[in-house]
Write a protein that binds this ligand. Structure first.
Ligand code: SF4
Length: 199
């Protein structure tokens, strides 16, 4: 049975993107080498800090919660083979969603792929084409242009979200509101979990 470096797993509300507001079982894996300077989960970067945990025990904890939506996040979950975990979750009738920078090859069986590309380590083209949702984090004005470049690379059905980086939200939110009014194919994502004060 595969083990994975588990930083935390918990029941909470998805605060971002297309499934904003839905209750979900979150599985956060340790390990990330993308190096975003504004990352709000820097503790996840060092995989060795997080205990190798069996898939069985990850599933066991999820049994306590009434949701059938699982969200695998990190860190960068695609540093590991996601097939065993996603197969086990789907066998238990969970929907499997991933949040990824796309910087490692895609493994696993997914109902939803949220791609959040980072300038520091670009996503692989295979994932860009398969993404169900594109979430661009805005830190500077120039990131709007960067978002438009990624919009051209994803498939036409892909949902498009712009999200202000939390520490830059006072500066970016007014610009974002105007931008979406001018470019209504994009939607705003604002990390509601931080406003409603849940994990
Ligand atoms: Fe942090 Fe995600 Fe960037 Fe990794 S990809 S450094 S976890 S924001």
């Amino acid at each position: 049975m595969q083990t994975l470096p588990l930083m935390e797993s918990f029941y909470s509300i998805q605060g971002e993107g297309e499934f904003q507001g839905e209750a979900a079982y979150f599985i956060r894996l340790g390990g990330c080498d993308v190096g975003c300077f504004w990352c709000d989960v820097k503790d996840s970067w060092e995989a060795k800090k997080h205990p190798l945990t069996s898939i069985e025990s990850i599933l066991k904890k999820g049994e306590a919660f009434p949701t059938k939506l699982s969200i695998i996040t990190g860190g960068e979950p695609l540093m590991y083979d996601m097939l065993p975990l996603t197969t086990a979750l789907q066998t238990l009738r969970y929907r499997t969603h991933i949040e990824t920078s796309g910087s490692y090859p895609l493994t696993g069986i997914w109902d939803w792929i949220c791609l959040s590309p980072k300038k520091f380590k670009k996503p692989l083209p295979e994932i860009t084409k398969k993404a169900n949702e594109l979430k661009i984090i805005l830190y500077n004005k120039s990131d709007f242009q960067w978002a438009e470049e990624y919009k051209k690379l994803v498939n036409p059905q892909c949902k498009l979200f712009l999200q202000p980086e939390w520490s830059a939200k006072e500066k970016m939110l007014p610009l974002l509101i105007e931008y979406v009014k001018q470019n209504p194919q994009w939607k705003i994502s604002i990390q509601i979990h931080k406003y409603i004060n849940v994990e």
